[in-house]
Design a protein around this ligand. Sequence first.
Ligand SMILES: [Zn+2]
Length: 129
Amino acid sequence: MALAEVASLRSEDPFRKVGAAALDWDNRVIATAYNGLAPGFDAPSDFWDDRDGRQKFMLHAEVNLCSLFKRGEAKLVATTTMPCTPCMQTLCAYGIKEIYYREAYHESDAPAIAKVYGIKLEQVGGLAV
Ligand SMILES: [Zn+2]
């Protein structure tokens, strides 16, 4: 979780900074990521002014994280915020078995998805994981 927190500090988003870290089956850190724009995109200076308008362009931390490893390579993901529904689906597709998050996200269907697929989804405080 500490690695996820540090990764979140790199986010360019002034309103919402989310970070995530992935561990493999030997508990080695294989990836860290944060929410942001597509690689190589240089945002114009007024890009961040429209908080709602920019949302569809933001790539979530979990999606960026999954772009860094192959399916089945990561066992555990720690993320600063509970994955949203599409991110939870993405984590399932990548074969993640355990997910720890700090902040709850009440609009997310992640708890229901985790239950059906038998994935451990657990809230942890601060730097606990
Ligand atoms: Zn998401």
